[in-house]
Ligand binder design. Structure first.
Ligand code: NAP
Length: 299
């Protein structure tokens, strides 16, 4: 008989699940193109030359091309004024070939991010960050036009791994506008009983230990230890933290908010970092763009 020491959690392969979703999207894009002669369009706006932002933007543009989504590239200089950026967003709002608008964050300090994001038309808000979309996410009986990509990706990983949410105890670690808060709202909408742990929570381990589902999004390397996890729980690790590792060419490696090796011995399911939630974020962006386009093209 297998002992607890032999226990091995199922690893949720986010890369493979994201690839399946991308293939499904590519098929739907082809169908739209054949039936209506139109394809979804995503405008990806970047301001300045931050290396990390550029690599995220390139990844998103390449992902669009792979599934047949037309990407509208808007590259603006670091010094662009807030008014000029808002004018660009307004042009994209008015362009019928653009079904989604993504403004890569962070923006330079002289630009008010909140003002720019609020300017994006809610029916093109594929990042799902517009206050109206978040507000609808929070309200019973209302549906946002778009759900934020990373949180949506977490729920998709659960459902495609056959893990039901309804009636389960879920603990979300983190309450940011882009991950923790919206993922807690999505879990609530899916009928979980949700607790949110943040930096002022006392004794987080005792709360996390009660959870059937843990969503870790604190940005704290390997904070969640094996003995914080309830045996058999599903653990979705959003955290992406660089830790020094002289054995790597880059001098660092990426780890999650969960101690993966320890979690494997206790959890029922666990996502790796990298290769878990990360690939799902881009897949959900493509899905949101497709859904936005379907509402316009196939009405
Ligand atoms: P963030 O804005 O820094 O928010 C972190 C949240 O965690 C805050 O709510 C903070 O609480 C809470 N927190 C910090 N330390 C804590 C602790 N010791 N115990 C409990 N809660 C704690 O970060 P974020 O943007 O949400 O990102 C979170 C992580 O996810 C980061 O590692 C980020 O790189 C990663 N991420 C990954 C993806 C992906 O696609 N894979 C996408 C987005 C983010 P307070 O509110 O009290 O300050």
């Amino acid at each position: 008989m297998a002992s607890i020491a032999d226990h091995q959690a199922s690893i949720i392969d986010g890369k493979a699940i994201a690839q399946t979703i991308r293939s499904e999207i590519a098929e739907e894009v082809q169908h739209l193109s054949q039936k209506y002669g139109k394809v979804p369009g995503l405008a990806v706006v970047i301001v300045g030359n931050r290396k990390d932002s550029q690599s995220y933007v390139n990844m998103k543009r390449k992902a669009c091309a792979e599934v047949g989504i037309k990407s509208f590239d808007v590259d603006l200089p670091e010094k662009v004024s807030e008014d000029e950026l808002i004018q660009k967003v307004d042009e994209l709002n008015a362009d019928p070939d653009v079904h989604g608008i993504l403004v890569q964050l962070p923006l330079p300090k002289h630009i008010n991010e909140e003002k720019v994001l609020s300017e994006i038309s809610i029916d093109k808000d594929v990042d799902g960050f517009h206050p109206l979309n978040i507000g609808k996410l929070a309200m019973k009986g209302r549906e946002p036009l778009f759900q934020p990509c990373t949180p949506k990706g977490c729920l998709e990983l659960l459902s495609r791994s056959g893990i039901s949410v309804k009636g389960k105890k879920a603990v979300v670690v983190g309450r940011s506008n882009i991950v923790g808060l919206p993922v807690s709202l999505l879990l609530l909408k899916a009928d979980a009983t949700v607790t949110v742990v943040h930096s002022h929570t006392s004794n987080p381990e005792s709360i996390i230990r009660e959870a059937d589902i843990v969503i870790a999004a604190a940005g704290q390397a390997m904070m969640i230890k094996g003995d914080w996890i309830k045996p058999g729980a599903a653990v979705i690790d959003v955290g992406t933290n660089a830790v020094d590792d002289p054995s790597k060419k880059a001098g660092y490696r990426l780890v999650g908010d969960v101690d993966f090796q320890e979690a494997c011995k206790v959890a029922g399911w666990v996502t790796p970092v990298p290769g878990g939630v990360g690939p799902m974020t881009v897949a959900m962006l493509l899905k949101n763009t497709l859904d936005g386009a379907k509402r316009k093209i196939a009405q």
